[in-house]
Design a protein around this ligand. Structure first.
Ligand code: GLN
Length: 485
């Protein structure tokens, strides 16, 4: 049986016509989960006793999906891929997952992430490295690594993700699939383990743009438990996609996309940027106007530092509740403060500890203005710049990363200074809370690469529509990773 490599619309049709049952789909998805677990280590938990649901008119009913392991799921292990929560079983379910459940969606596994979402390699989770299903020597990127691997391998048509700097959109690009984070607040964050609250977004990894719209339609909604959520009941994402983009105006940024900006560019970067320019030509042939714009290089290059300061500060503050007393395994020690110290020292990986050191430093009273407040000011400058672009253009279109998935061997969290702005510009979508989607746009070194479209807040339908039109004009829709076929 091979229903799990189809789109949600196709699977729904098959369920409605009685060609297949929800039980059969779950069986297929679980089998594929075990196979992918052996090959790529994508899961923290496989939910063997996942129950079939009634097939209704809801597109998601009866269909299996994956849940990133930083979403709380009642009665099911939810670790955030951290040793500090390695046996934590929540007593409630995150709102986004509850919303999916209410539509009849069936969770079949919990997917591996970089510990608490802090990372971009898929190598820091407590259950080990996640491999890319297209090439097992390459990374999936992170932090939604397991979700991306599983969707790319055809375990199911979608999985949930979270995105604080690029964690849905970068793994989507590396795995040749679609990654969509809607406007900040469209999906409630209640029950998502917080990393950096002002930047955290819930979202979806899928293989088609329409599926991304269907899934976010299923996850979204105002929630009294998350006062940053907003009412979007009049926004029907899936129903509003019509593919009509004639006259839309897009821009891309010269300082990020021009190969001459990178004197030491390797072949993969060159091929990636050439491929991006051919995608721009595709946009033009669809009737869109695309212009090159210039943005102050100093401002662009400041983005990664702004991200580090703000995200580490917020993470340090958010995660001070991880003491080993409320959740997680209790540590030994004859005094409470020693117990807590042992728990945190043993539980967190070195990467996280490094981030807590940075966070504590920038929040100290004598440093706060110089680092934390200044980072907020530069964040504002970047968001203002993007909003200025949105006054003239319907969306900004940019390449994702500096090429295809990087090799796992020798991977590190530090970035090459020359390409840092190109690797990290997706963070600006988090700074502003902008709707932002990555879709596959080709291959470099036989590996998938992606392109990103970002629009102004609450303009999700426009962003999805542009992505849909572009997807329809290329050959990379609903692709399944070759090695995993
Ligand atoms: N890679 C970025 C980081 O390490 C983004 C992570 C994310 O979006 N959760 O912080």
């Amino acid at each position: 049986m091979n229903y799990m490599s189809k789109s949600i619309e196709e699977i729904h049709e098959a369920l409605k016509s009685g060609e297949v049952t929800s039980e059969e789909l779950i069986k297929e998805s679980l089998q594929k989960s075990y196979k992918l677990q052996d090959e790529c280590n994508a899961f923290v938990t496989i939910i063997d006793d996942a129950k079939a649901t009634k097939v209704t008119d809801e597109l998601l009913s009866g269909i299996p999906y994956g849940v990133k392991d930083n979403y709380s799921t009642k009665g099911i292990l939810s670790t955030g891929s951290s040793n500090t929560l390695k046996d934590y079983v929540p007593f409630f379910t995150a709102t986004a997952i509850k919303n999916l459940e209410s539509k009849g969606a069936v969770a079949v596994n919990k997917t591996v992430l970089d510990e608490f979402g802090m990372g971009g390699t898929g190598t820091t989770g407590h259950t080990g490295v996640v491999k890319n299903p297209w090439d097992h020597l390459r990374m999936c990127a992170g932090s939604s690594s397991g979700s991306a691997a599983a969707v790319a391998a055809g375990v199911y048509p979608y999985a949930t993700g979270s995105d604080t700097g690029d964690s849905i959109r970068k793994p989507a690009a590396y795995c040749g699939i679609v990654g969509y984070k809607p406007t900040y607040g469209m999906i409630s964050r209640y029950g998502l383990f917080p990393f950096a609250s002002s930047l955290d977004h819930c979202g979806a990894l899928t293989r088609t743009v329409k599926d991304a719209a269907i899934v976010v339609d299923g996850m979204k909604g105002i929630d009294k438990n998350d006062m940053t959520s907003f009412d979007s009941k009049d926004m029907h994402l899936y129903d509003s996609i019509d593919g009509n983009v004639t006259g839309k105006k897009l821009c891309y940024i010269k300082e990020l996309c021009d190969i001459n900006m990178y004197p030491n560019a390797d072949d993969e970067l060159k091929a990636h940027l050439e491929n991006f320019m051919s995608t721009i030509e595709k946009c033009k042939s669809l009737g869109m106007d695309v212009e090159e714009v210039s943005v102050d290089e100093t401002l662009l290059k400041a983005s990664p530092s702004v991200y580090v300061v703000i995200s580490c500060a917020e993470a340090t503050s958010n995660m001070s509740n991880l003491t080993g007393f409320i959740f997680g395994p209790r540590s030994e020690g004859d005094k409470w403060d020693l117990e807590m110290k042992n728990y945190r020292t043993k539980g967190f990986s070195p990467l996280i500890k490094r981030r807590f050191v940075i966070g504590s430093y920038v929040l100290q009273s004598q440093n706060k203005d110089r680092y934390f407040h200044n980072a907020q000011r530069v964040r504002r400058l970047l968001v203002d710049k993007w909003n200025e672009l949105f006054e003239k253009y319907d969306a900004v279109i940019l390449p994702v990363g500096s090429g295809p998935a990087k090799k796992l061997e020798g991977s590190k969290d530090a970035l090459d200074k020359n390409t840092a702005a190109l690797e990290d510009h997706l963070q600006i979508g988090n700074f502003g809370g902008f709707p932002s989607i990555t879709i596959p746009n080709g291959f470099v070194s036989n590996l998938p690469v992606g392109v990103n479209i970002t629009g102004k807040c609450y303009d999700d339908i426009n962003v999805l529509n542009i992505a849909y039109a572009l997807e329809s004009s290329m050959d990379y829709k609903n692709q399944i990773a070759k090695e995993a076929k």
